[in-house]
Design a protein around this ligand. Structure first.
Ligand code: SPQ
Length: 433
């Protein structure tokens, strides 16, 4: 149990944001699919991305890691070896779901497993469309739950309309499409993060992307290339909320990935009244990034729903915390996907923020929060979910007493240096044990 306590904190300074989790996974995946050498800089050394690296090592890909630099030397996916053991995805939904699409069109047979939380998350959103391509995937509950066995086989292109906005589903189908005969098309109702499309293009795949429709033509071999991973806006979001919420605070975030499919948090901060400045914009391997400065100001409630949801889905727990300190009502709707993340994030956020005295209620597809409410310290459960663990630590900046966080180690999944960065940004007179 980690105790976090602050005495009138003010956050200030600069933060070099750690590498983007979604892009780090995809860089290792495409580097391993491609033949030759891929050099990755800015890689996130979080537990989830390390699971992805370990998996490809089991398939015979040579991967060396020095700090945030990763070198992948692959014989190309046609030459992967059958793994001696099961492939363990740990807590990582991205690893499991994207690997299903990749392994479906490989030449090997393998079994994917995960930890307790991942073993409860639905996989049929991926296995159903993959089976339509001819993929041979078997497992419990009609191939809905891990462990799943994938027998690599020849695939045929499909035209798929997605029932949920999910980058993981879209990516798994596109990865399968890379090896399928013909042109695979995926259509979404709301646009989800498009890192897979961007990186497939960077590696030379034949991809066409137009708003809600993406197509890939199979049969083009990929070659290794250099990839730079920008900072993770979903990790920065915790400190952006802290800067927006705590009086007198202002933080400059360097190296923030600003892919428009991920920047919903910036729209919401501005809508709620925080000051956000964007400076020094760059673009590497098709991924935009910039320096972002967030400064505290008077906050007001807002309504968050529709097409905005996929653009900030992982930020909703910490946005709910922010809403407890904003004047008026914040409504989060159309976010039922939160119920199938590492934990049911609607139930967990509501239960944990209520412990602090927040005025928050759960709805079927979101939350309603009335603010501002003074918060008190308490014991908060992370449920082993990194986003809940970090939300609890940021909440401690606003509580009148200490917050004790159960299973805070789960934060290593996406942000191993989280508490060091928190310490650096908080001024004197604060304590974080
Ligand atoms: O990998 P995992 O466990 O699914 O991670 C989460 C997270 O909070 O880090 C969700 F729990 O992020 C997903 C995100 O919610 C990562 C992701 C991706 O890299 O493609 C896409 C989103 O999920 P989905 O289901 O909307 O595709």
């Amino acid at each position: 149990m980690k105790q976090v306590e602050f005495n009138k904190p003010v956050l200030s300074g600069e933060l070099l944001v750690p590498g983007d989790k979604s892009i780090s996974h995809r860089a290792v995946m495409l580097g391993s699919i491609a033949k030759g050498r891929t050099h990755i800089t800015g890689f996130l050394n979080g537990d989830d991305c390390l699971r992805t690296i370990e998996m490809f090592k089991q398939l015979g890909v040579s991967i060396e890691r020095k700090g945030t630099e990763v070198t992948v030397e692959s014989p190309g996916m046609q030459n992967w070896k059958t793994p001696d053991d099961q492939l363990y995805a740990g807590n990582s939904g991205t690893t499991a779901r994207l690997m299903l699409g990749i392994l479906a069109g490989s030449t090997i047979t393998s079994t994917l497993t995960g930890d307790e939380s991942l073993s409860l998350r639905p996989m049929n959103r991926v296995t159903i469309p993959l089976q339509m391509t001819g993929a041979k995937i078997t497992g419990k509950k009609d191939a809905n739950l891990l462990p799943l066995t994938i027998k690599g086989s020849p695939l045929t292109a499909i035209d798929y309309v997605m029932p949920v906005a999910s980058a993981q589903v879209k990516s798994a189908i596109l990865f399968a499409g890379l090896n399928a005969d013909g042109t695979t098309t995926v259509t979404e109702d709301k646009v989800s993060r498009d890192h897979t499309e961007r990186m497939l293009m960077h590696f030379g795949a034949k991809v066409d992307s137009l708003e809600k429709k993406v197509s890939i033509t199979g049969g083009h071999a990929l070659e290794g290339i250099d990839v730079h991973v920008p900072g993770d806006i979903s990790s920065a979001a915790f400190f952006m909320v802290a800067a927006a919420m705590i009086e007198g605070s202002s933080i400059t975030f360097e190296n923030v990935g600003l892919n428009p499919t991920r920047t919903g948090i910036i729209d919401v901060l501005q809508e709620m009244g925080a000051s956000v400045e964007i400076l020094n914009e760059t673009n590497e391997n098709g991924e935009p990034a910039a320096t972002v400065k967030v400064t505290q100001d008077n906050l007001r409630g807002t309504t968050i729903g529709g097409a905005l949801i996929p653009r900030l889905i992982d930020e909703l727990p910490v946005i709910a915390l922010l809403a407890t300190q904003a004047k008026g009502t914040t409504i989060i709707k159309d976010a039922e996907e939160l119920r199938v993340k590492e934990t049911d994030r609607i139930a967990a956020v509501t239960t944990e923020l209520k412990k602090l005295g927040a005025n928050i209620e759960a709805t079927d597809d979101g939350m309603i929060i009335h603010g501002p409410t003074p918060l008190r310290g308490s014991v908060m459960d992370s449920y082993g979910d990194h986003r809940l663990g970090m939300m609890a630590a940021i909440a401690a900046l606003a509580t009148s007493g200490p917050v004790s966080i159960k299973d805070s180690e789960c934060i290593n999944i996406s942000y191993p240096n989280f508490f060091e960065d928190l310490d650096t940004l908080v001024g004197n007179g604060s304590r974080n044990n």
